[in-house]
Write a new protein. Structure first.
Length: 308
């Protein structure tokens, strides 16, 4: 089974166009923040399909080791993580590895977002971190992914033995988990809402009900109105009108993704296909061969936009 896990978790190349400022984002992290990741592996693509969301993974930021006040918890982290203890650390559940401690820097080249629990008391933030640290060593629940996938099929079409185990109650701490269910159970422990069910009594008073932690996916933290969304784009646009100074290329060149682009067609003109190092010219009645880009022509510039 190990080779299957390795095949599923093998990552593809990172995007050539960074979407977030990693240094700024990590500077703003606080313990108990949820870190969302857009993964690049095969299993990430499966999760994208199942959840219909960009976000395929979630982790809980716990700070540096000296940010952890409880000496017992600090010792657990020291035993689980053998790297540089000055690193910013997080707890995450991974296929093939289980629940581990890892440095935030491992996601330096990925698309990230911070989801911060709004108004969470410092003492409760410590409890959320503690709950996650206590899960270190827990196995990853592969069946959980299959259970979530079953929601795409009509219930009556599935044989009973295939039906989901998501609603089975098991007393005590679970022996297996996935990234989002672990985080959801941590916030449930301090009664912090993520996506609660809300009911109204006959007298008009509201009642909140906790959602099953096993039903949570990474996108739920992004969707929750009780989490502040914090993102630092690669190019900050805080100043009024700064977008006008971005180094845009020719308006006629449009990109589908990192490898495919095309020249926008106008009336009476057709478009030839673009390869990585080829500029596509317009073809009218006489077809023109695409001319290669001069090697001295710069690619997308790495420009820092400053206000002023």
């Amino acid at each position: 089974m190990q080779w299957i896990a390795e095949w599923l978790t093998k990552e593809g190349p990172p995007s050539s166009s960074p979407l977030c400022d990693f240094n700024r984002l990590t500077y703003e992290l606080r313990p108990s923040d949820v870190l969302l990741v857009e993964g690049r592996s095969r299993v990430s693509n499966v999760i994208k399909t199942i959840t219909q969301s960009t976000w395929t993974h979630s982790a809980l930021y716990i700070g540096r080791i000296y940010d952890i006040r409880d000496p017992d918890l600090q010792q657990r982290v020291r035993m689980a993580y053998k790297g540089d203890l000055s690193e910013q650390l997080m707890v995450e559940a991974l296929l093939g590895e289980g629940t581990i401690i890892a440095p935030v820097s491992k996601y330096r080249r990925d698309h990230l977002r911070i989801c911060r629990p709004s108004g969470l008391e410092p003492e409760d933030a410590h409890k959320v971190v503690a709950h996650s640290i206590k899960h270190i060593g827990t196995d990853y629940d592969v069946r959980h992914l299959l259970d979530l996938a079953r929601f795409f099929f009509p219930w009556g079409f599935l044989p009973r033995r295939w039906r989901s185990s998501l609603f089975e109650h098991n007393a005590g701490m679970p022996t297996r988990t996935v990234c989002s269910s672990m985080l959801a159970s941590a916030f449930n422990r301090v009664n912090f809402p993520i996506l609660p069910f809300i009911d109204r009594d006959d007298d008009g008073s509201l009642r909140f009900f906790k959602r099953n932690p096993r039903l949570f996916t990474p996108k739920d933290f992004d969707y929750s109105p009780y989490f502040d969304i914090i993102k630092y784009p690669f190019l900050g646009l805080d100043d009024l009108g700064v977008y006008r100074r971005l180094p845009w290329c020719d308006d006629d060149i449009l990109y589908n993704d990192d490898e495919r682009a095309f020249v926008a067609a106008t009336r009476g003109e057709t478009v030839s296909r673009i390869d990585e190092r080829t500029v596509f010219s317009f073809a009218k009645k006489n077809k023109e061969k695409a001319e290669p880009i001069d090697d001295n022509t710069p690619s997308v510039p790495n420009t820092t936009i400053k206000g002023g």
